[in-house]
Design a protein around this ligand. Structure first.
Ligand SMILES: [Zn+2]
Length: 263
C-alpha cells in the first residue's frame, strides 16, 4: 500500500515492536479533523436511533460473556497432541503415503503442533487483553489502525486465510491501547473462521469494550481454498466489512474511514 505524506506507520516498518498495524488518529494534522460542527460529530450522539444494541449492553454482562468464552489450556494441548498426531498419521495413509518413510516420520507430530499454533486463539480470552488497557480519554476524533496482518484458518477446508485488517472507531470517552486492537485481531483470527464472522467479532468486541460512537472493520483476505482449488484465481481477494453505530448511519464518517484506510 502506498504511503501518503502524512505520518503513518505500516506494520512492516514496525515489525520489531511485536504488534503490527499502522496508526492514524486525530492527532495528526488534517488527517481526520473535521470542521467544527461536522455532521459526523453531530450524528455521533450516543443515543442515535438505530445504534447497535450491543453498545447498550451493560458492561458487566459483557464481561460475563467474555469470561464464559470457550478456551483451550496449555494442558489441553499436551493431552490432545498424541491423538491429533495419530489423526495426521491416518490422513497420510489416506492420501496414499507411507507414514513410515523417513521424511514423514515426524510429520504427524509437527503437523499437530503446528495446527495447535494456528488455532492458538482458543487459548486466549478477549477479557485478558482488555485488562488495564481501556483508558478514559476525552479524545473524540477517529482512531484508525490499518494494515494489521492477519492469519486464520478456513473452517470449511482447514487451509489458511490471510490478509489485512483495518479498524477504525470514534471514541466516546474511552479509548483502547492501540496495540490491543491488533491483539483482538490475533485472538479471533487464530481460530477456525469464516471471514464474515471474524470481521463482525472484531467489531463487536471493540463495541462492547469501549461503547464507542461507532466502529468500522474491513478485512481484505486471500483464501487458499479459493486460490489452490476451485476457481484458482491467484489474485482474488475477499473484502468484508462491518460498520456499527455512526459508521453505519453516517455516510460521511464511513467515507472518511474508507478513504483513510486506502491512503
Ligand atoms: Zn475454505
Amino acid at each position: 500500500m502506498e504511503h501518503s505524506k502524512q505520518t503513518q506507520y505500516s506494520s512492516n516498518e514496525k515489525k520489531d515492536t511485536g504488534d503490527g498495524g499502522s496508526v492514524l488518529n486525530g492527532h495528526f494534522d488534517g488527517m481526520v479533523k473535521r470542521p467544527a460542527g461536522g455532521t459526523a460529530r453531530a450524528a455521533a450522539a450516543p443515543q442515535a436511533p438505530g445504534a447497535e444494541s450491543g453498545s447498550h449492553r451493560a458492561a458487566t454482562s459483557v464481561m460475563e460473556s467474555w469470561k464464559e468464552e470457550r478456551t483451550r489450556s496449555v494442558e489441553d494441548n499436551e493431552m490432545s497432541l498424541p491423538s491429533l498426531a495419530a489423526a495426521y498419521t491416518t490422513i497420510l495413509r489416506g492420501l496414499g503415503e507411507d507414514p513410515q518413510r523417513q521424511g514423514l516420520l515426524k510429520t504427524p507430530w509437527r503437523a499437530a503442533t503446528a495446527m495447535q499454533f494456528f488455532t492458538k486463539g482458543y487459548q486466549e480470552k478477549i477479557i485478558d487483553v482488555l485488562n488495564d488497557a481501556i483508558f478514559d480519554e476525552d479524545h473524540d476524533e477517529m482512531v484508525i489502525v490499518k494494515d494489521i496482518d492477519m492469519f486464520s484458518m478456513c473452517e470449511h477446508h482447514l487451509v489458511p486465510i490471510f490478509g489485512r485488517v483495518h479498524i477504525g472507531y470514534l471514541p466516546n470517552k474511552r479509548v483502547l491501547g492501540l496495540s490491543k486492537l491488533a491483539r483482538i485481531v490475533e485472538i479471533y483470527s487464530r481460530r477456525l473462521q469464516v471471514q464474515e464472522r471474524l470481521t463482525k467479532q472484531i467489531a463487536v468486541a471493540i463495541t462492547e469494550a469501549l461503547q464507542p460512537t461507532g466502529v468500522g472493520v474491513v478485512i481484505e483476505a486471500t483464501h487458499m481454498c479459493m486460490v489452490m482449488r476451485g476457481v484458482q484465481k491467484m489474485n482474488s481477494k475477499t473484502v468484508t466489512s462491518t460498520m456499527l453505530g455512526v459508521f453505519r448511519e453516517d455516510p460521511k464518517t464511513r467515507d472518511e474511514f474508507l478513504t483513510l484506510i486506502r491512503s
